[in-house]
Design a protein. Structure first.
Length: 178
């Protein structure tokens, strides 16, 4: 696997974007942020899916189990609305929840947007994959990645995934277990 680039799944969860009613901006925001932050060669498997639990479940399972993505980042569907199912599906496919990711993202976001307390984003481990839920807004994507990504490389190390090196000008990976 060392000769293969790091695989990262980027999943935008949005009924309207999946129907083409507006352009997906969340997924490209994740991609752009990772492009600046990662030194390790990587490739993205980007998808836009509707807020449908079975479809999202199949996509997350495939990205982790079939495609071997070490990291899967979702954007959208983290709120309290009836069709916001991303977190519920993520928890269902995960083997271990890592609630500290969501706690940290909300702590940072609530300083800028009072309604950030309504966000339910979290992170889980599935096999050797980390699945991380982000809010759907472009601004929220950047704020949340900046808040938590320093811990992502160590987490992936601990679950047996590939080593991820970051650009210290964007984010300094913290590896207390190395």
């Amino acid at each position: 696997m060392s000769d293969s680039p790091l695989r990262i799944g980027i999943v935008t969860v949005s009924d309207r974007a999946s129907r083409g009613e507006y352009d997906d901006r969340g997924g490209p925001a994740v991609h752009d942020w990772l492009q600046r932050a990662l030194i390790t060669p990587w490739e993205a498997d980007a998808q836009v899916v509707p807020d449908e639990p079975e479809r999202l479940k199949a996509v997350l399972e495939s990205l982790c189990d079939d495609l071997g993505c070490a990291l899967v980042i979702t954007t959208g569907g983290t709120g309290p609305a009836p069709r916001d199912v991303t977190v519920d599906v993520t928890l269902a496919v995960g083997e271990k929840e890592l609630p500290g990711f969501g706690e940290r993202m909300r702590a940072v976001s609530v300083k800028k947007v009072a309604t950030a307390i309504l966000s339910r984003q979290t992170a889980v481990i599935r096999g050797r994959s980390l699945i991380l839920n982000l809010p759907g807004s472009v601004k929220g994507v950047a704020e949340c990645l900046e808040a938590v990504f320093a811990a992502v490389p160590d987490c992936i190390d601990l679950i047996g995934g590939p080593r991820i090196e970051t650009n210290p000008a964007v984010v300094q990976a913290y590896r207390p277990h190395s």
